[in-house]
Ligand binder design. Structure first.
Ligand SMILES: Nc1ncnc2c1ncn2[C@@H]1O[C@H](COP(=O)(O)OP(=O)(O)O)[C@@H](O)[C@H]1O
Ligand SMILES: [Mg+2]
Length: 611
C-alpha cells in the first residue's frame, strides 16, 4: 500500500484540484447508489405482497423511535399509502421511473468522476516524459553508450505507460473505492450492526487470501521491462545498421538474436499475466463465498423468525454487500498494477536520478579569450586505461594547430575535453588562465564551433539546420554562411531551396553535401575557436576539395584545432602535434617534422592519404 503514495506524492500536487473534484463526484455516486438500491425494498414488498401490516405516519421528531426506524416506517407507510390510492401496478411504474432518474444521476456523477481523472493521468505522463527528455539533454555524453539508446526509448514509452496505469489505479484506489466502501458500510451498519459485525470478521480473512497470491510481481515486471529495453536497443541497432546487415547477409543472425530475446520476454510476460489473471477468478470465488455465508447466516435468522431485519431489507442489505465486494476486490487487483508501475518507475528513476558528472560552478567566472588555450598535464580515461597521458598544449589565439596520429591515439578525446563533454581527471585546461570548469558551460560552448567526421543533420529544413545554434538568424545570414561553406549552390538546386526538408539523418544528401551544411552551421555560429575533427576524412576527393576550400574560407584569422588524416589539410598549420597512445611524441611545423625523419615522417610515408 505504501507504493500507492510514493508516485502520487511526487507527481500529483499540480493536479490537486482535479483530485478534489473526483472525490466530490465519487461521493455523490456513492449516495445515489444507495438511493437506487433502496428501491428494491418497496418493489419486493409489492411483488410478493409481503407486508400485510398497516403503517401509520410517525412524526419525524418522535422521541419513541430511532431516526432510522422512523425513516423505515414512514417509507413503508408512504408506499402502502400509494398502493391503496393508485393501485400496485401504478406504484410499481412510479418506482421504476424513480429508479431510472436516480440511475441517470448515479452514472452521470460516475462519468464526471472518471472525466476528471483524465487530466491527471495524461498530465502526469506528460510531466514524466518531459522530465526524461530534459534529463537526456542535461546528462553528459558519457552516459549514453550505444546499447543504452534503445533502452532509454523503452523506458520513455513502455515504462511510462506502466506508470500511467499505476497512477490510474492508485487514484481509483484512493479517491473512489474508500468512499464507496465507507458509504456502503455505514448504510450496512445502520441497517443491522449485528450482521455487519459478522461480515467484518469475514472480510479480512478473504482479503488476506487474495493478497498472498502475488508478492513477487514487481521483480517479474522489472525483469520484463529490462528485457523489453534490451530488445528495443537491438531494434535501434538493426535500423541504423541495416545496410551492413544486408551486405553481410546477416539477416538470419540478427533475426535469431531478436527471436531469442523475444522468446524470453514472452515467457516472463506470460508468467506475469497468468498471475494477474488469477486475481479475478480468485476474487470472484472468494467474494461469492462471502456472500453465500452471509446469505445463509442472515437467511437462517430470518426464516427462524429471529431476524433483526425483515426480508426485503435483508435483500437491500445483500445488494449493498454485493456492491462492496467489487471495490474491495479492486484493492487486490490494483496492487498488481501498482507493483508493475513501481517497477517501471524504478527504471525511469535510473535516468531521472542519474548523477550529472559534468558539474557547473554556482558562480561561474567570466570567460574571455584573448590570449591562449592551455592543456596542463592533462590525464583522462573512460573506463579502463588512461587514454590521455599528461598532455601539455598551448594554442595561441588566431593560430591553427593540427593534431595527427593513428586512429585511437586520443585526438577526438582531446577536443571533447575542451568542450567539457568529459572532464579531465588530472591536470587542467585553461582559457586565458581560467579553468574551463570555472566558467559556465554555455559560455564555454558558445566560444567553440565544431565539425566532426559524422555530419549530423536533423530532420528539418536546410534553413533550420544551418540556423540551429543561433536564435533569430535572418535569411541573409544563413545564405551568407552557406555560401562561405560552399553549400549555397546545391541547396538552391533542391526543390524548395532553403525550405527543403533534409531527410532523417540527411540520408538524401551526399556525404560532402551534408558536411558542407554542417560547416555552414558552424560558420553561422561565428565562434572564436573552430574544431574540425576529421571533417573531410569520409569524403571523396572532389567533395574533399570543396569542403577543404570551405574550411580555408573560414579559418583565416581564427583559432583552429584541426584533426586530419590528410597532409594537404594540415600542411599549413602553424604547429602540428603528433599524438601517439595519448602522449605528444613530436611537435613542430610540417617541414621541421618531416625532416626529422621521426614518427611524423613515418606516418606520412605509411599512409597513402598522407602524400
Ligand atoms: N566513449 C568511449 N568509451 C570508452 N572508450 C572510448 C570512448 N571513446 C573513445 N574511447 C577509446 O579512447 C581511445 C581514444 O579514442 P579517440 O579519442 O576517439 O581516438 P582518435 O580520435 O585519435 O581516433 C581509443 O582507445 C578508444 O577506443
Ligand atoms: Mg577521432
Amino acid at each position: 500500500m505504501k507504493g500507492v503514495f510514493t508516485i502520487l506524492k511526487r507527481f500529483l500536487p499540480p493536479y490537486k484540484k482535479y483530485g478534489a473534484l473526483i472525490f466530490i463526484f465519487n461521493a455523490l455516486t456513492a449516495i445515489f447508489s444507495i438511493f437506487s438500491f433502496v428501491t428494491i425494498i418497496p418493489i419486493l414488498q409489492i411483488l410478493f405482497r409481503i407486508s400485510s401490516k398497516s403503517y401509520y405516519f410517525i412524526p419525524w421528531n418522535s422521541p419513541d423511535m430511532s431516526f432510522t426506524k422512523i425513516i423505515q416506517n414512514n417509507g413503508y407507510w408512504y408506499i402502502t399509502h400509494l398502493v391503496e390510492n393508485y393501485g400496485a401496478s401504478t406504484t410499481l411504474l412510479g418506482l421504476a421511473i424513480w429508479l431510472m432518474i436516480i440511475t441517470i444521476f448515479k452514472t452521470g456523477t460516475a462519468y464526471f468522476g472518471s472525466y476528471f481523472l483524465v487530466p491527471i493521468r495524461t498530465g502526469i505522463v506528460r510531466d514524466i516524459r518531459n522530465q526524461i527528455n530534459d534529463k537526456i539533454l542535461a546528462l553528459p555524453i558519457g552516459f549514453f553508450s550505444e546499447e543504452r539508446k534503445g533502452d532509454i526509448l523503452a523506458r520513455m514509452s513502455g515504462d511510462v505507460d506502466e506508470v500511467e496505469r499505476s497512477v490510474l489505479s492508485s487514484l481509483v484506489l484512493i479517491l473512489k473505492n474508500p468512499i464507496l466502501i465507507v458509504t456502503y458500510l455505514t448504510t450496512m451498519l445502520i441497517i443491522s450492526w449485528e450482521l455487519t459485525l459478522f461480515v467484518f470478521i469475514l472480510l479480512p480473512v478473504t482479503s488476506y487470501a487474495m493478497g498472498t497470491v502475488g508478492r513477487k510481481l514487481k521483480q517479474k515486471s522489472l525483469d520484463a521491462q529490462n528485457k523489453w529495453g534490451e530488445l528495443m536497443s537491438q531494434v535501434e541497432e538493426t535500423l541504423s545498421g541495416l545496410k551492413i546487415i544486408k551486405a553481410f547477409n546477416a539477416e538470419g543472425k540478427i533475426s535469431q538474436r531478436f527471436r531469442d530475446g523475444n522468446k524470453k520476454l514472452r515467457k516472463i510476460t506470460a508468467r506475469i499475466i497468468r498471475r494477474q489473471e488469477l486475481a479475478s477468478p480468485l476474487g470472484e470465488f472468494l467474494g461469492t463465498l462471502t456472500i453465500v455465508i452471509v446469505l445463509c447466516f442472515g437467511g437462517t435468522l430470518i426464516l427462524q423468525g429471529r431476524g433483526v431485519i425483515d426480508a426485503p431489507t435483508f435483500m437491500f442489505y445483500i445488494t449493498i454487500f454485493f456492491n462492496i465486494i467489487s471495490p474491495a476486490k479492486e484493492f487486490s487487483k490494483s496492487a498488481y498494477t501498482i507493483q508493475r508501475g513501481l517497477a517501471s518507475m524504478e527504471r525511469i528513476d535510473e535516468i531521472l536520478t542519474a548523477e550529472n558528472t559534468i558539474v557547473e560552478k554556482e558562480n561561474p567566472e567570466k570567460l574571455t579569450f584573448e590570449k591562449q588555450i592551455e592543456y596542463n598535464n592533462v590525464w583522462f580515461k573512460y573506463n579502463g586505461d588512461w587514454v590521455i597521458k599528461g598532455i601539455n598544449l598551448r594554442i595561441q589565439k588566431g593560430k591553427t594547430i593540427a593534431l595527427v596520429g593513428e586512429s585511437g591515439s586520443g585526438k577526438s578525446t582531446l577536443v571533447d575535453l575542451l568542450l567539457r563533454f568529459y572532464d579531465v581527471q588530472k591536470g587542467e585546461i585553461l582559457i586565458d588562465g581560467t579553468n574551463i570548469k570555472d566558467v559556465s558551460l554555455n559560455d564555454l560552448r558558445s566560444l567553440i564551433g565544431i565539425v566532426t567526421q559524422e555530419a549530423i543533420l536533423f530532420n528539418d529544413t536546410f534553413f533550420n539546420n544551418i540556423a540551429f545554434g543561433v536564435e533569430h538568424a535572418t535569411r541573409e545570414e544563413v545564405v551568407k554562411a552557406a555560401k562561405i561553406a560552399n553549400a549555397h549552390n546545391f541547396i538552391m538546386a533542391t526543390p524548395n531551396g532553403y525550405d527543403t526538408v533534409v531527410g532523417e539523418r540527411g540520408e538524401k544528401l551526399s556525404g560532402g553535401q551534408r558536411q558542407r551544411v554542417c560547416i555552414a552551421r558552424a560558420v553561422l555560429k561565428n565562434p572564436q575557436i573552430f574544431i574540425f575533427d576529421e571533417a573531410t576524412s569520409a569524403l571523396d576527393s572532389v567533395s574533399e576539395k570543396l569542403v577543404q576550400n570551405a574550411l580555408e574560407n573560414i579559418m583565416k584569422d581564427r583559432t583552429t584545432i584541426m584533426i586530419a588524416h590528410r597532409l594537404s589539410t594540415i600542411r599549413n598549420a602553424d604547429e602540428i602535434y603528433v599524438i601517439h597512445q595519448g602522449t605528444i611524441v613530436e611537435k613542430g611545423n610540417h617541414d621541421e617534422l618531416y625532416n626529422r625523419n621521426g614518427y611524423y615522417w613515418k606516418l606520412c610515408n605509411m599512409q597513402i592519404n598522407f602524400q
